[in-house]
Design a protein around this ligand. Structure first.
Ligand code: SF4
Length: 303
């Protein structure tokens, strides 16, 4: 960064996601979720550095060169369902034309009839109505723009779908509809879905597992039914996120997230945490998928 400052946008992120599974990566805006997604796609800015491994099959996404990322990864191994699909679509071209161009770039379909059929098939798989294919993005509702972007992500038949805040700006009914559609692509069994979101209701509806990110670190990784169910999450930040929901206690977490460029030495959540003790001045180890010195112990384990 300017002035030689270094910012650890994502640190010690460990997770996996399998075919037929959805992992929801949740956390407040600015916690590093989208940076992580950009790293997987090789789309970090040129001044960024990454370390470690991100394996997709035999390929390490973090060390793959640009040619491999362009020819093998983007669209073919990872289908990106973007935030703000309306902005992602080219405004001056119809959905059909954008789908056909993507089919031409990512598949073996050749010839006008085959390309057209493949584009219509991708639209159908994303539940995008055939009679809207000749419309421009500005003629689509938010939900249909979302489906058009999903259709583009499905063209290459990628084994990993990466959905970056796919429900931003949609009303609740459309959110439910969108995540149900995404879930359908996972339930086909061949694809994994990594969904980045700050929408806990959407995560609860779609995810098999949940990873919670705070200040650039994954602080908890849990099965979704445990996380959202009676046992509940164990990390104080995760518990605070759930308690902030209107349908629960509607009690916000006090304070603000720290600046990633000015993190404390110990637990970054300590200034906002009611359970903080002197031990929290040291960085908590990540054990049992929870990075906390004093994780919540469910009552049935306390007994
Ligand atoms: S390590 Fe300490 S400050 Fe951090 S979340 Fe756990 S109890 Fe709170």
């Amino acid at each position: 960064m300017p002035g030689g400052r270094r910012i650890a946008a994502v640190t010690d992120a460990h997770f996996d996601v399998s075919a037929g599974e959805c992992l929801a990566l949740i956390g407040e805006s600015g916690c590093g979720k989208s940076v992580l997604a950009s790293a997987l796609l090789g789309l970090l800015p040129s001044n960024a550095q990454s370390a470690g491994q991100a394996r997709l099959g035999e390929l390490d996404l973090l060390t793959a060169d640009e040619r491999t990322l362009t020819r093998t990864v983007r669209g073919r191994l990872i289908g990106l369902i973007p935030q703000s699909p309306a902005a992602h679509l080219t405004p001056v071209r119809t959905v059909r034309s954008q789908l056909e161009e993507t089919v031409g770039a990512l598949t073996d379909a050749r010839g006008r009839t085959a390309v057209r059929a493949a584009a219509e098939s991708a639209a159908e798989r994303a539940a995008f109505p055939a009679d809207h294919l000749d419309r421009h993005p500005h003629q689509l509702s938010g939900g249909l723009a979302q489906r058009a972007a999903t259709a583009l992500a499905l063209v290459g038949d990628a084994p990993l779908l990466l959905a970056d805040e796919p429900t931003t700006g949609l009303d609740r009914d459309l959110v439910d509809h969108t995540v149900d559609e995404l879930r359908r692509h996972v339930d086909d069994g061949d694809r994994a879905l990594l969904m980045i979101t700050h929408d806990l209701a959407a995560a609860e509806r779609i995810a098999d597992r949940v990873a919670v990110m705070y200040a650039g670190r994954i602080v908890e990784l849990a099965d979704a039914d445990v996380f959202f169910g009676p046992p509940g999450p164990r990390h104080p930040y995760s518990r605070g996120l759930l308690q902030a929901l209107p349908e629960r206690a509607f009690t916000p977490i006090p304070g603000m997230p720290p600046e990633l460029g000015d993190l404390p030495d110990g637990c970054a959540f300590a200034p906002r945490c009611e359970q903080a003790t002197a031990a929290c001045a040291a960085l908590p180890p990540t054990t049992s998928h929870i990075a906390c010195h004093h994780p919540h112990v469910p009552e049935n384990l306390n007994a």
